[in-house]
Design a binder for this molecule. Structure first.
Ligand code: ZN
Ligand code: ZN
Length: 300
C-alpha cells in the first residue's frame, strides 16, 4: 500500500515468480495488461460501448448481452468462443490509455525485461471492478499440460477509497492455494538438507543444539533421537531424501565430532568436529560442505 511507482508493480511480479519457482513450479508465464486509470478509462469504456452498439449483439452469450450495459469490459474476457470471435476487433485498452498510464506500463515492462522475466501482453486480461487500475497480471503454470492460472493481481489504486478510507494507491495479488497445492503434487519434491541420527543416548541434547545451529544457518532437516542401529538409521535417512546424513555415535560423541555421510554421491563418509561443521555450512552451504569435506566428491 502507498506505492504509486511502477517499480512496486514489477517488484511484486518478480517476487511472486521467484516464490512460485522456489516452491517448484515450472513453465511459468506472465500475462500482462494495463487497465488505464480513472482519467482515461471512461473514454475507453465509451469506445467499447460504441463498438458494441455497432455489433449484432444477438451473437453474444446471455451473460455478455447483460454485461454490454452493466460492465462492458468483462465482455472482453468471456471464454465463450462466439463472444471471442465477435469481439475480435474490439478497441484495445492499451491503445486508449493516457500518457501517464502508458509511461507507467512501459516502465513495468522494461523492468521485467531487465530482470529477464518473459511475459506476454494480453489485451483481454481485464478486471470487472472499477478500483483496479493500470497493471493487471496473471501468472500461469504449464505444470499439468494446459496453462493453469496460479496467481493474479495488479494495481488497485481505488480500493481503499472505495472502502471508505483515504485515497491510497496499492498493488497486490491473490494466489489460489488449492490450485497451487494441486500443481505441486505433480512436482518432484526435494528432501531435507540433513538427517541427524543419534546412536549415543548421551548425545541427544547436543544433537538438538546442533540441529538448531544448522537451521539457523538456513538448512532444513530432521533429527532422530531414538537410538537404533547404524543400518536402520541410514535406511531412515535414505527414506527421508536428505542430502546429508549426520551421525553421532559414542565415538563421535567422545571426540565432539559428527560423522558426515553423503547421501547423494558415492556415499562417502568422514568425521568432522561439530564446530567445523557449523562454520563450513555457514561459509559454503550443503553442496560446498560436501565438496570441501569429502575428498572423493571434490574430484568429481
Ligand atoms: Zn490513465
Ligand atoms: Zn460471452
Amino acid at each position: 500500500l502507498g506505492a504509486n511507482e511502477p517499480q512496486a508493480d514489477a517488484e511484486l511480479i518478480l517476487m511472486l515468480c521467484a516464490f512460485l519457482a522456489d516452491v517448484g513450479l515450472e513453465r511459468l508465464s506472465v500475462e500482462l495488461n494495463s487497465l488505464g486509470c480513472r482519467d482515461c478509462r471512461p473514454a475507453f469504456r465509451q469506445a467499447l460501448t460504441d463498438f458494441f452498439a455497432s455489433l449484432d449483439q444477438t451473437g453474444l452469450c446471455e451473460d455478455c448481452r447483460r454485461r454490454v450495459a452493466t460492465n462492458p469490459l468483462r465482455v472482453l474476457d468471456c471464454k465463450v468462443p462466439t463472444c471471442k470471435e465477435l469481439t475480435a476487433n474490439a478497441p484495445v485498452l492499451a491503445e486508449h490509455v493516457c500518457e501517464e498510464c502508458r509511461e507507467h506500463f512501459t516502465t513495468v515492462k522494461s523492468l521485467l525485461d531487465a530482470a529477464q522475466v518473459a511475459y506476454t501482453l494480453n489485451p483481454r486480461l481485464v478486471r470487472g471492478l472499477d478500483y483496479y487500475q493500470r497493471t493487471a497480471f496473471e501468472i500461469t503454470s504449464g505444470e499439468i499440460g494446459a496453462q493453469t492460472a496460479v496467481a493474479g493481481g495488479g494495481r488497485y489504486d481505488g480500493l481503499v477509497q472505495a472502502l471508505g478510507g483515504p485515497d491510497v494507491p496499492g498493488v497486490g495479488f491473490a494466489c489460489g492455494m488449492e490450485r497451487l497445492v494441486m500443481l505441486l503434487t505433480h512436482c518432484p519434491v526435494s528432501g531435507p538438507d540433513f538427517y541427524l541420527a543419534v546412536l549415543e543416548p548421551r548425545a541427544v541434547d547436543q544433537a538438538l543444539l546442533l540441529a538448531q545451529g544448522l537451521r539457523q544457518r538456513g538448512l532444513s532437516g530432521e533429527v532422530s533421537y531414538s537410538a537404533g542401529s547404524m543400518k536402520s538409521q541410514l535406511r531412515r535417512a535414505n527414506k527421508s531424501g536428505a542430502k546429508l546424513a549426520l551421525i553421532i555415535g559414542s565415538e563421535e560423541f567422545d571426540k565432539g565430532e559428527v560423522l558426515l555421510k553423503d547421501m547423494e554421491g558415492a556415499g562417502e563418509q568422514r568425521a568432522v568436529s561439530r564446530e567445523r561443521l557449523l562454520s563450513m555450512i555457514a561459509v559454503s552451504g550443503v553442496e560446498g560442505l560436501l565438496v570441501a569435506a569429502l575428498p572423493e566428491r571434490s574430484e568429481e
